[in-house]
Write a protein that binds this ligand. Structure first.
Ligand code: AQP
Length: 326
């Protein structure tokens, strides 16, 4: 059985991009693979976040992972900071990756350009992400398109480590969905929908109520034409709506485009399709939120299971690099 690993930051409310780019593919992967999914709270520290908010969002994020359908009896579901090997291996990988490699990461460049204080952790974040993945000897990492570059770095670091210190890590590959891999902001379709960007009308939350989803989709920015066509470069707003219709209904983007003579009906159908897709997740999240004690218990059991795999991988990597055993 192949192994999959992926994580999500508790840095804000989960949105439609997270759902179609990652979470629903995690749920689909859980029965075919040995699966590890985690709330990457350490990554959330790379940008400003209030400590109380981080604590609350970490638990809420776990609720969302259960709500999208992850079965804690089937997958190993945990919080990154509960497994100390993540930061321990990250250091070994920071000493394997180069400054040049980390400087080329576009997410770092974009986020650094936004903030006044750029934390060292924002720069070294891809090494921590590599550690997250390599600890579990993951074969595949189901992620959205924005994570491709980090995955390439993870592969490069794993290959370099194996060549220099001996075979230690499985070299993973990204599993990026065909449609919905980069859901764009509804108001700024040239940018991806993101938790860390303040764009309330451009971001559809997984927990938004149906009226809110409809309002946001109906006001989505399109273009000055009226022609419905799939052309992400020249018609990013319309193409984004067609992608959403494709993922929510299973129809192809070209076929969907051919069905519409104008933007109004397209938006109305996208809104209804997205509402229907998110309805069961929203319902389950509301139910789970009433028993947070049980969620904490599941996370604690998940961390114990994760450690059983993470500890030997870390020990092997440390020994390979020449660190003596305690
Ligand atoms: N817009 C998106 N479309 C498709 N997939 C997406 N993902 C994120 N945005 C989109 C995928 O969701 C998973 C979790 O990623 P994240 O926690 O980094 O999500 P985020 O919403 O992007 O959060 P931030 O805080 O704004 O972080 P940055 O700016 O670093 O992305 C990943 O698999 C991601 O690909």
């Amino acid at each position: 059985m192949t192994t999959v690993f992926s994580g999500i930051q508790p840095s804000g409310d989960f949105h439609l991009g997270n759902y179609v780019g990652a979470l629903r593919n995690w749920a689909a992967a859980q029965h075919e693979h040995s699966a590890y999914f985690c709330v990457v709270d350490l990554h959330a520290l790379t940008l400003e976040i209030d400590p109380e908010e981080l604590r609350r969002r970490t638990l809420e994020s776990a609720v969302m992972l259960l709500a999208v359908g992850l079965d804690p009896d089937v997958v190993t579901l945990f919080v990154q900071s509960h497994v100390a090997e993540h930061t321990r291996l990250a250091w070994l990988l920071e000493c394997t990756a180069t400054m040049g490699e980390l400087s080329r990461m576009t997410q770092y460049k974009e986020k650094a350009a936004r903030g006044e204080m750029v934390r060292a952790g924002l720069f070294t974040y891809p090494a921590l992400m590599a550690a997250d993945i390599l600890l579990y000897q993951a074969d595949e990492v189901p992620v959205g398109d924005d994570q491709r570059q980090h995955l390439e770095l993870t592969r490069d670091v794993a290959i370099r480590f194996n060549n220099r210190y001996g075979p230690t890590f499985t070299v993973p590959k990204a599993a990026v969905p065909r449609h919905g891999a980069r859901v764009m902001d509804l108001q700024h379709p040239e940018h991806k929908m993101s938790k860390s960007v303040d764009s309330p009308m451009g971001t559809v939350g997984i927990l938004d109520d149906p009226a809110e989803v409809e309002r946001k989709v109906m006001r989505a920015v399109t273009d000055a034409e009226t022609r419905v066509a799939y052309d992400p470069e020249h018609k990013p707003g319309v193409s984004n709506l067609l992608e959403l219709l494709a993922v929510a209904t299973g129809v192809g983007v070209q076929e969907a485009a051919a069905r519409y003579a104008g933007y109004g009906q397209l938006k109305a159908d996208v809104a209804q399709a997205v509402i229907a897709m998110l309805a069961p997740v929203r319902q389950r999240a509301l139910e789970l939120a009433s028993d947070l004690g049980e969620v904490e218990r599941l996370l604690s059991a998940g961390a114990a299971r994760a450690r059983e795999v993470a500890a030997p991988t870390y020990a092997a990597a440390a020994a390979a690099m020449g660190l003596s055993a305690p």
